[in-house]
Design a protein around this ligand. Structure first.
Ligand code: FAS
Ligand code: PHB
Length: 390
């Protein structure tokens, strides 16, 4: 088999890249180790920046998002028992975010890919990117016991943090930066109306909590938990009781509880691999970087990465210029590190750190008090949360 670009991974990064390349007339095949239903069963992100929405519009995959997505002008910060609204729309001159689950984004992109007649190979085992340091890269994989090979011009590693692409790069060629946080997020999805019209980020002595949503009838909640914790230790009632303890009285009273339809613990880390290009292999999305979800940046960074990569590949094919591919890594990393900083800052400000002292706790409160009383600080949070320009 031969194509112009092989994309490894059918998550948001791979699917969005595939559709962008399709609109640019660049042939591509996605090779994915799982199947469609497994991918759609993963519950992840919930907040889209305007840039991400625009890219989905560009590839014709935003119709349902515009019907069902919720436009949010602000968020609330809860600390010392008081909620403070951050009016991001006012602070950024009109920018907003859209609440629409990653599962739905993935579903819409998969449907768009089928409609475009583009090929995705699911259940591909032993996917291996080869010869990407030369002019004739190729990808091999095993399916139903048969080994296949796809010759191509470029390989896009969109296979997430645990994927094969970054692992295929010689260790000496990579520099990795990492901060692992000493806690996780226990998340619950429930068919219950959200406790509040906008997201509530709560700092509490017992730990962080987040009230989010997927629609006006489906809510997504998180509480900070220990890394030693296990989801089996938490009955639904225990989760709801702990969430109530971390909310203000009004929200605790208003909280509508119900059976969890998904419950899981996600670890938190900050991670960046540099560079994001190795010859004709490019890394994009979680394959290259991870952010703690506190800043709602993970999915949105995957989108900006593939925006830059698709532009670069279009330039390579259309203008026969390597300027874009040569600049891809530096261009993507410039935005990645700003999102890493923001996500680290939100996480440091809102979570309970058992290994720090009272001084650090007072600094967190001072940071939050400054944030809600300074227009400059509110503007800074807002412009990062709605998404810095590409
Ligand atoms: P993905 O991991 O989504 O997709 C990679 C794809 O590659 C997968 O389909 C995988 O099966 C496939 N793959 C892996 N190895 C392969 C191989 N060897 N061969 C072929 N295919 C392979 N972000 C937020 O903004 N908010 C959140 O609340 C949030 N919660 C998260 C919770 C969890 C548990 C995780 C893991 C991430 C969360 N994220 C969140 C971040 C998440 O949304 C990612 O940023 C987003 O999925 C990135 O998309 P991709 O880069 O496409 O990677
Ligand atoms: C979510 O709805 O899953 C969500 C929203 C905002 C975040 C993290 C997760 O910062």
């Amino acid at each position: 088999m031969r194509t112009q670009v092989v994309i490894i991974g059918s998550g948001p990064a791979g699917l969005l890249l595939g559709q962008l390349l399709h609109t640019y007339g660049v042939d591509n095949i996605i090779v994915e180790r799982k199947d469609r239903d497994y991918i759609l069963g993963r519950i992840r992100a919930g907040v889209l920046e305007q840039g991400t929405v625009r890219l989905l519009e560009d590839v014709g995959a935003a119709a349902r998002l515009h019907r069902e997505g919720l436009i949010h002008d602000g968020i609330e910060l809860l600390f010392d028992g008081v909620r403070h609204r951050i009016d991001m729309k006012e602070a950024t001159g009109g920018k907003t975010v859209t609440v629409y689950g990653q599962t739905e984004v993935t579903h819409d992109l998969m449907d768009a890919r089928v409609a475009a007649g583009r090929q995705t190979i699911y259940n591909a085992d032993q996917v291996t990117p080869l010869d990407f340091d030369g002019p004739s890269p190729r990808v091999t994989y095993v399916k139903d016991g048969v080994t296949h090979e796809i010759a191509c011009d470029y390989i896009a590693g969109c296979d997430g943090f645990h994927g094969v692409s970054r692992q295929s790069v010689p260790a000496a060629a990579l520099k990795e930066f990492e901060r692992v946080y000493p806690f996780g997020w226990l998340g619950v999805l429930s068919e219950t109306p959200p406790v509040s019209p906008e997201l509530i980020y709560a700092r509490h002595a017992r730990g962080f909590a987040l009230c989010s949503m997927r629609s006006l009838t489906r809510s997504r909640y998180y509480v900070q938990c220990s890394l030693e914790d296990h989801v089996d230790n938490w009955s639904d009632d225990q989760f709801w009781d702990e969430l109530r303890r971390r909310l203000d009285p009004e929200a605790a009273e208003a909280l509508v509880t119900g059976p969890s339809i998904e419950k899981s613990i996600a670890p938190l880390r900050s991670f960046v691999a540099e560079p994001m290009r190795f010859g004709r292999l490019f890394l994009a999305g979680d394959a290259a970087h991870i952010v703690p979800p506190t800043g709602a940046k993970g999915l949105n960074l995957a989108a900006s990465d593939v925006h830059y990569l698709a532009e670069a590949l279009r330039e390579a094919y259309t203008d026969k210029s390597s300027a874009g591919v040569d600049a891809y890594s530096a261009r993507a990393l410039a935005r990645v590190w700003k999102a890493e900083r923001f996500s680290w800052w939100m996480t440091s400000m809102l979570h309970r750190f058992d290994d720090t002292d009272e001084f650090s706790s007072r600094i967190q409160i001072a940071e939050l008090n400054y944030l809600v009383s300074s227009r400059a600080a509110t503007t800074s949070l807002s412009e990062n949360y709605v998404g810095l320009p590409y």
